[in-house]
Design a protein around this ligand. Structure first.
Ligand code: Q9C
Ligand code: ZN
Length: 344
């Protein structure tokens, strides 16, 4: 399996994030991708490709152009204001406040275009996220050209980013960009299977009223887990998209048996949909040793996941999402990919 590696991921390097009233060392760090790259190379998984630039247009198919422009210029604005550390939002247009007027104040726009205070915006956030989307499009090109599968190694992750907001460590929704590009290339049914520990609220919302992208997700129950405000089982799609969204929330601490039972239920729905392409939002924060998540998967389970996805039989594009047990995520990701495509 070929890997498209976004080397510019390292431009996004947050030092700290807020946690229980303190700034703590950031969880979503460049070393994550370094460890995955080392593991992919050690396993001799296949060729490493660089991202090919497809421009801004494919990002604008799923994100509001004004939002993308904001993220692109945010660091310069923050610097001009005298911001010293990474940039964080401080105010949000919640219920009873207006979000239909866009004040020129940076603080106002930082809040308008974000969902949480846990996502530091740094000097290189845009560069890293832009090239992550390009890497995703490059991986899609490989699969559309006949590869059975491809893996996109990038960060920051994407699945929490909505059409016009960042959050959950995500700025550009790579899975959504790739899914839309696949449709624009002529496909008619694309499925996204999100196995990250967290519900991919951005991906769900982007395709919620559409039938051409089926979104299925297994995740920690939003009653107790981030992103809290989306990911419940009764979210089944709206309008033309009714029936094309399927959530499988599991309690924190769920057993591996429960996780694989939910995986079967999700795959059953996807099989009925018969997608021409399967995009896997591959977060490995489902790992038992993950510092911010509460499932219990380990190497054998990641390998079993890869095997099961191979048996599903679709052309498959794997996109890297979360996973914060930094030194372990390379082995966990490689277990999935080698389970999918055992070495000859
Ligand atoms: N101190 C992804 O896995 N906040 N995002 C956690 C921990 C948000 C995770 C707080 C976690 C977002 C792509
Ligand atoms: Zn996650």
């Amino acid at each position: 399996m070929k890997t498209v590696y976004n080397a510019r991921h390292a431009a996004h390097a947050a030092t700290h994030e807020f946690f229980r009233g303190r700034l703590v060392p950031a969880f979503e760090v460049p070393a994550r991708a370094d460890y995955v790259l080392a593991a992919v190379q050690a396993a001799q998984l296949g060729a490493l490709l660089e991202p090919v630039d497809h421009g801004l247009a494919p990002l604008e198919r799923v994100h509001a152009p004004a939002y993308l422009r904001f993220v692109q210029g945010a660091w310069a604005e923050w610097q001009a204001l005298g911001g010293e550390g990474d940039a964080f939002p401080a105010v949000w247009p919640v219920r009873s406040l207006r979000s239909d007027v866009v004040p020129p104040s940076f603080a106002a726009r930082m809040g308008l275009y974000s969902m949480d205070s846990g996502t530091p915006l740094t000097s290189g956030s845009w560069e890293a996220a832009y090239w992550g989307a390009q890497a995703s499009l490059t991986g899609l090109d490989q699969v559309l050209a006949g590869e059975r599968s491809a893996y996109v190694l990038t960060r920051p992750p994407g699945h929490h980013a909505g059409a016009d907001f960042f959050g959950g460590y995500c700025f550009v929704n790579n899975a959504a960009v790739a899914a839309q590009a696949a449709l624009d290339a002529g496909l008619q049914r694309v499925a996204i299977l999100d196995v990250d520990y967290h519900h991919g609220n951005g991906t769900q919302a982007i395709f919620y009223d559409r039938a051409d992208v089926f979104y299925a997700s297994l995740h920690g129950d939003p009653q107790t887990e981030f992103p809290f405000f989306l990911g419940h089982a009764d979210e089944t799609g709206a309008g033309a998209g009714q029936g094309f969204n399927a959530n499988f929330p599991l309690p924190a601490g769920a057993s591996n048996e429960a996780w694989f039972t939910a995986l079967e239920a999700a795959l059953e729905r996807l099989q009925a949909y018969a997608p021409e392409l399967l995009i896997v939002s591959l977060g490995v924060d489902t790992y038992g040793g993950d510092p911010i998540s509460h499932f219990k998967l380990d190497r054998p389970e990641f390998s079993r996941l890869g095997q099961r996805l191979a048996a599903f039989g679709a052309r498959t594009l794997f996109l890297q999402e979360g996973g914060y047990a930094t030194e372990a995520i390379g082995h966990n990701v490689v277990a999935v990919l080698q389970g999918f495509e055992p070495r000859p």
